[in-house]
Design a protein around this ligand. Structure first.
Ligand SMILES: [Zn+2]
Length: 215
């Protein structure tokens, strides 16, 4: 049984990891976990490398603060929309991944099947249209993708990943940034060849098995 405090400690552990890996800078990014009708979420304006569990806010599904000091992250509506549209998930991570963001600036599409492990684990990573950070445009930009994808690139603004728990959502973030590094490095040498369609089909079938097993 997950207690509220354990889940808040998990959020802090992931925030520190995101900062250590340079997946965000200073107060950027946000992390949340859902437990029943409550959502635990990082507050606005706190450095992710120095976050403590007591600073994690408890809010209701409408975003009203139930306990804790300060305001929830400005991207809270993106988290709440993800929970609304995906009853199967219980965690959302948003970070400003440097290489993945560079892919959106360079117009590189990570939905292209390039690396086998990405096809298996994520299916692909679509890029949401640019939206002003912190505005209602951000949840609207992901609305069309979140039902089908666990990882979404936000144009000029990093990425969002979701999962059944916060470690799973974090793992997808790490995988996405790793992929972006490989793709950008390869692109320096010239255009990229996608995997052949028959291989993509095989990998997608493997992915269905992989995801069924990890549920
Ligand atoms: Zn952001």
């Amino acid at each position: 049984m997950n207690t509220e405090w354990q889940l808040k400690e998990d959020i802090v552990r992931i925030c520190r990891m995101l900062h250590r890996k340079n997946y965000l800078a200073a107060t950027d990014g946000n992390v949340s976990v859902r437990l029943g009708e409550r959502v635990f979420v990082t507050p606005s304006g706190v450095h992710k490398g120095m976050m403590e569990a007591y600073q994690i806010l408890t809010i209701d599904p409408e975003g009203r603060v139930l306990s804790g000091e300060g305001k929830p992250t400005s991207e809270i509506r993106m988290h709440l929309l993800a929970y609304e549209l995906r009853p199967d998930i219980a965690a959302v991570v948003h970070a400003h991944l440097p290489y993945a963001t560079a892919c959106t600036l360079a117009g590189i599409d990570l939905l292209e099947p390039i690396l086998p492990e990405v096809v298996i684990t994520l299916g692909g990573v679509p890029t949401a249209a640019y939206a002003t950070p912190g505005s209602d445009e951000v949840p609207e930009s992901i609305r069309g993708f979140i039902k089908d994808y666990d990882a979404i690139l936000l144009s000029r603004h990093g990425a969002m990943t979701v999962g059944p728990d916060v470690t799973d959502a974090y793992n997808k973030m790490e995988k996405l940034e790793h992929t972006a590094r490989v793709v950008l490095a390869a692109r320096l040498q010239g255009p990229l060849e996608p995997l052949p369609p028959a291989e993509v089909e095989k990998l997608r079938r493997l992915g269905e098995k992989y995801r069924a097993r990890s549920k």
